[in-house]
Ligand binder design. Structure first.
Ligand code: ZN
Length: 344
């Protein structure tokens, strides 16, 4: 019988301190050349093992081979000058040093496919691979060439589709597109964001997911959240469109957030990765707190479509905290599994 409530994470997990400075975003690598290549693979193995020891069902690479979930992908494309970095405001919220688009963008070679093959060799479990979404990509760079977000997003969508098809062929079970920008630019989601996401998944036979969150637990995000009021209804805008889309799974933030749980009703019928771990908080959830969030979500998500998950990536947390949170996620899901089986 298929296990109910399979657990997974939104994506990133902390890197070992010998590979990159811990508890930081865009942390520079500490190794170079061949040592860096081997170090990334070792970190991927460790990250996988930590997920396995915590009992996570759908595992990932923990994003150990990338410096950042968006810019690493962009930097590997033609038409991008990654040495000429510019500081731009991303998601209308915080300054970041990003690569510059200087010509037509294209993919000269696969970006993550070798890493995905390596992960596939290590485990028989279901694996999920995260890619940035087209809209979040155009929002995380400086464009000196297209000067049009929609046009550039469409080019990225085609490139992402090529990469996704190769990831699928490498044995990835779920391909996830990270689109935190969907929570900010509602008009653009309507005008072209959803169409670009559909273009990115065109022709894929594996499952597809989109992750939409309120961001990593960094200060710019927590300050922004303070301005959102007591009820966060951002999802209300995009959920009806996602419900009608071809995306199979929607990954979102629930635990400790001010998202009204009843908004999940708007995506009824989709599989939902319910964020039951707060990544903006260093205290480790109790299994009962995780179970409580899942129990609430079950009012709006059918049990066979509920995937317990984290609110977002855990890259900026310490390894100890992240490990504790993974264990809590598993234990909390287990409480609900037992309740469901007892009532079956
Ligand atoms: Zn996220």
């Amino acid at each position: 019988m298929k296990k109910i409530l399979p657990t997974s994470t939104a994506g990133s997990l902390p890197k070992p301190s010998w590979l990159a400075e811990p508890e930081a975003l865009w942390s520079p690598w500490k190794l170079y050349n061949e040592e860096l290549k081997n170090g990334k693979q070792d970190a991927l193995r460790l990250s996988l093992q930590e997920q396995q020891q915590a009992g996570i069902d759908i595992v990932s690479d923990g994003e150990q081979t990338r410096q950042h979930f968006v810019t690493t992908f962009i930097e590997n494309l033609n038409g991008v000058d990654f040495e000429n970095r510019q500081t731009v405001k991303i998601r209308d919220r915080y300054d970041a040093s990003v690569p510059t688009v200087v010509g037509p963008v294209s993919r000269q070679k696969s970006v993550f496919v070798e890493d995905a093959k390596f992960l596939r060799q290590q485990t028989q479990q279901l694996i999920k691979w995260a890619l940035p979404g087209p809209m979040t990509m155009v929002d995380t760079l400086c464009d000196n060439y297209y000067k049009n977000r929609e046009k550039l997003a469409w080019e990225f969508a085609k490139i992402l589709n090529q990469e996704a098809k190769e990831l699928e062929a490498a044995g990835v079970d779920i391909i996830q597109f990270d689109e935190p920008a969907f929570n900010v630019f509602f008009d653009e989601v309507n005008d072209w964001g959803m169409a670009c996401l559909e273009r990115a998944i065109e022709g894929l036979e594996c499952e597809t997911a989109v992750h939409i969150c309120y961001g990593y637990g960094i200060k710019a995000n927590t300050d922004w959240k303070k301005t959102l009021g007591s009820e966060w209804r951002q999802y209300e805008d995009v959920f009806p469109k996602l419900q009608k889309s071809n995306i199979d799974i929607i990954s979102l933030e629930c635990h400790n957030s001010h998202v009204p749980m009843e908004l999940l009703e708007l995506i009824r019928g989709k599989k939902v990765m319910v964020g039951a771990i707060d990544v903006a908080n260093h205290s480790i959830e109790t299994p009962e707190a995780v179970a409580d969030t899942l129990r609430k979500a079950l009012q709006f998500v059918d049990a066979d479509k509920l995937y317990p998950c984290t609110n977002c990536g855990m890259a900026p947390l310490s390894r100890n905290v992240a490990r504790g949170k993974l264990n809590a996620l598993s234990a909390g899901a287990d409480i609900i599994r037992k309740e469901l089986l007892a009532n079956a």
